[in-house]
Write a protein that binds this ligand. Structure first.
Ligand code: 1GP
Length: 248
């Protein structure tokens, strides 16, 4: 059984000290290495606590390596991979969310890709953070690619069932995903219901673009809020600063 490594312990410690943390998600497919590094430097200054690197459609691993290496060189925040497939692994990151898409209908996304990727993760000595990944709503790219049977956004009891299964399977982290760019976030009710039972690190993402949504998600009990799409918009800095302030 794996135990928590330095990145995971660092996040748990930061969570205790600072309250809900902000993770900035950079999809390498959408950025040059230069642009990715610029965003990473800005989000570090604005109070993000970690950088997630991932996307559902990563095809160019050389570019992924270039982006991760460059960010690693330019900032001090931990860089954590959030892979949608085996193509999302880079040895230059600090850790990987070693995740199972629990509500996929295809065993490839539940355990197949993990088996294929595991040897590479071992060889790279990346810190693996075991995570259950749950996709809600039925509009997202991640849901389509991952062939999910989406959890309805208004069914907290279903979310709790999966959350407890993740917990009993030893997954120390759980990610509630509304989908990148979604016009609905995971609701306060769903997060609060999961929080009441799931004791691990609770990550929430998808469609968070402003301080009100972030505050509600934080109050419901999320440990980490993921911000992705917003970072690709003109003038994201002011909104990100407002989000960080709202959840302090
Ligand atoms: C996507 O949950 C993340 O996997 C972030 O979503 O891009 O909508 O911020 P956004």
């Amino acid at each position: 059984m794996s135990s928590a490594g330095p990145v995971e312990r660092g996040l748990l410690g930061a969570r205790k000290k600072k309250g809900t943390l902000v993770a900035a998600l950079i999809d390498p497919e959408d950025f040059t290495a230069d642009a990715a590094s610029k965003v990473a430097q800005r989000v570090q200054e604005l109070g993000a606590s970690l950088i997630l690197i991932g996307g559902s459609t990563i095809a160019d691993q050389a570019h992924l390596d270039e982006v991760v290496t460059r960010i690693h060189h330019d900032i001090t925040l931990p860089i954590v991979l959030f892979p949608g497939n085996v193509t999302g692994i880079s040895q230059h990151a600090n850790a990987i969310l070693f995740s199972s898409l629990l509500n996929s209908t295809n065993t490839y996304f539940i355990i197949g890709a993990q088996a294929i990727g595991s040897i590479q993760v071992m060889k790279t000595k990346l810190e693996a953070i075991p995570m259950g990944y749950l996709v809600f709503g039925d509009q997202s790219t991640t849901g389509f690619v991952g062939q999910v049977r989406a959890i309805p956004l208004d069914k907290p009891s279903i979310a709790v069932m999966y959350a407890m299964a993740a917990h009993y399977l030893g997954m120390r982290t759980l990610y509630l995903e509304a989908g990148s760019g979604s016009n609905k976030t995971i609701s306060h009710e769903v997060i609060a219901a999961v929080r009441a039972y799931y004791p691990g690190l609770l990550i929430v993402g998808g469609g968070v673009t402003g301080p009100e949504a972030a505050k509600s998600i934080s109050k419901a009990g999320a440990d980490i809020i993921v911000i992705g799409n917003l970072l690709e918009k003109e003038g994201y800095e002011a909104k990100l600063a407002a989000i960080v302030k709202a959840i302090k």
